[in-house]
Every structure is written in structure tokens, then in C-alpha cells.
Ligand binder design. Sequence first.
Ligand code: PA5
Length: 434
Amino acid sequence: MKTIDLNIQDAVYFAEKEYEALKDKSVEALTTLEEGTGAGNDFLGWLDLPSKTPEALVDRINATAQRLRENCDYVVCVGIGGSYLGAKAVNYALADSFADFYAPQPKEPKVLYAGQNIGEDYLAELQKLLTGKKFGIVVISKSGTTTEPAIAFRLLKNQLEQQAGKDAAKNLIVAITDEKKGALRTMANEEGYETYVIPDNVGGRFSVLTPVGLLPIACAGHDIKKLLAGAKDMENTTLHPSPENPAQIYARLRNALYQSGKKIEILVNFDPKLHYVSEWWKQLYGESEGKDGKGIFPASVDFTTDLHSMGQWIQDGERTIFETVISVKKPALTHRIPMNASDLDGINYIADKRIDEVNKMAELGTKMAHVDGGVPNIKIELPELDEYSLGQLIYFFEKACGISGYMLGVNPFNQPGVEAYKKNMFKLLNKPGY
Ligand code: PA5
């Protein structure tokens, strides 16, 4: 199987001293993580998910997905943060870019998302789209009490019960939540929905390889066995401290760059399908490391699109940034630039070339310019954009995040800061008890 490749040669010399000095610390951090002796060690269940997920669970997830695919034109995944971003990242990366503009086909429902915002128009327009349609709901909340998904689920459950009838609706709703506690667990038990458990020891942003991510990904028709196989290979690759361990190298390098004054990491892609991988990655690193007054600020751009908006800042702005570029080696399709007799647009010099050849030269040219401009450049190359590569990438980033957080000296597995806005909002809304 082809593996993803990490290349640090255009970044490491920007912080050579710091990188060298962090060698032992990176070994210590990885050992602490694997031995479960660090802060937040009750949230390490994600570490061996790829190798320990029972086949029977994967088969049940596929069977549930099949039932929804056979009976729905739309499956709405309701969740926020770690309860939706991983699935959206994978589904968006693997989908036809214009999938949403084609009508749903039998047994190929559209997967939609709700509960990730409190947009009144968004929810009203979603319900308008679903009026008279066959749809199902996968509602996901670890705590089972989060306001955004609770609002969306209440609306959609009412609509589904009205359209399909209460009994039929029960078979079209699946809840993924805590084994015992939370309002969603109580409701699911009372209503008799099929449920999946989010393990206690897996936090939201590390949960994409649990049913939280696997069911919505299977609902979109993707191969979750291949996703887990990619993750499992990366689990093995990153198990032990070694000069070749890519997660250890990435964690060590980003800490070295941070110490040398690079406070912002920009995740870059040259394939718009990776847009939501960046959104998932931002939550993973932002929530894990941004605490105690510390942490690299995770940002993202889609190139070449954003070279025409953010390119100036990256090339010439304050030198506090470094880039991590995700590059896809081989596009799935072949498409060439046509020759034109008049050549009025002046691009005949690239006629007959594959579009990806131009894209790769844009990538190389951008790297050269940015490195010249003082921006360290880390490159992660995926052989192809498929389930196996994405599984590797997900596990690689999760593992590196745990190591990196420990190297930074924070607990990468809590998120106390997320509660602050909720308390204020509840008080402003006169929620009892606030
Ligand atoms: O990573 C996290 O823990 C958070 O982003 C949660 O995933 C998010 O707040 C949703 O929480 P819940 O699944 O409890 O509804």
C-alpha cells in the first residue's frame, strides 16, 4: 500500500538549533502518550482505535448505513465540532465536487449537515429542502446536551415524524452518544432508536474513527474498512520513538518552529476537496494546544484560490508563520488544457498539459517564493485522495497532536475554554440554573 510522505527539508533549517534541542523531549512525549502516563490520560482511547475496532462493529455500521441509503434520499448528520468535522472532512474530500447539484439517486442519498450552527435561515432552508422528501437523521453528541445539535434535532425529528409517521421515523433515526448519560441517551432509549456508543475515553475531536465519523462516512457510500486500514498502518508506523516516526518528527518540528517565533501554522492545500480536512485539523490542534496562554494558532488556506487573497500576507507580512502543505500526488481523473488557434488568452504554451501539471508547478513556485520570503514549508504528500490515504492522514495528525501538546506542556485532551461562551449564552437566555 502507498504511504503518505512527510518532507521537512524546507522547514527544519529555519529552527535547526531548537529542533536539535527537542530530540529527547519528542521521545519523552511519545513515550508518555503511549504509556498513558501524561495529563488527560483518561482520554487516550483513540490511540488504538484502528487496530482494536471490532469487525462486528464495522459490519453493524455498514448495515445501518445500508438501511439509511436504501430508505432515504437525504441523510442529515446532526452534530457540531468533533461530532461532525471528521465526517464532513472525509465525505467532502471523497465526493464529486458538484455532487450537491445532482439529484439524489436510488440508494445514493445526499449527506447533509445540521446542528453545526444556529443559523435561522440555514435551518429553515434545510427544512424547506426536506419537505416531502425521504430523509433520515444521524444525531451525534457525546455529552448529549449540546445546544446547537439539540435545536436542529428537535426541528428535524418533528418534521420526520410528521412526514413519515412516528413509527417509521424511529427506524430512520440513529443516535450516537454516551453509553449511559445525557439527554440524547435518555431520548434514544425512550424512543427506541438504534444507537452507537462514543467511548468514554475518546474526546470529540479525536472521534472520527469511532461511529461518530464512520457511520456518516459509510452513509455517503465510502469504504470505512479502507479508512481504518490506512489509520491502522499509520498506528503501527508511529508506535515507537524513532528518527523515522513521522508524527514524532512533525510534532518536534512544529514545537521547534514555535520556539523560534513562528506562532502561526497555516495548513495549505492545492486541492479544494481538502478544504474540510483543514477545518477538522484546525479544531484538532486549536482545541488541543490553545490553552494556558500557549499554542500555535492553526490557520488554513486553499491554494491557488487564496494566493489571490492571502498570498500577499503570507509572502510579505509579519514573519511569524510557517506552512504545512498537503499535496495530492495523483488526481483521480485526467483532464487537459485545450489548444486554441487564436490563443487570445495567451495560454497555448500550456496547451495539452494536464491541469495537474500546472497545479504542481504552482505548488512548487509558491513554495520557492514563500521559503525565500522566510516561511518554513513542511510537505505532506498523499499518493491519492482515497479512503486509505485519508485514514493515514487522520491518524498521523491525531498522533502528532498528542505528542506536540505534551511537548508544549499542556493537556491536549481537555477543552475548558469552550465552556465560557456557553455559560454567558445560557445566562443571557435565562436558562434555569444560570
Ligand atoms: O472536541 C470537542 O470535545 C468539542 O468540539 C465537541 O466535539 C463539540 O463541542 C460537540 O460536543 P458534543 O459531542 O458533546 O455535542
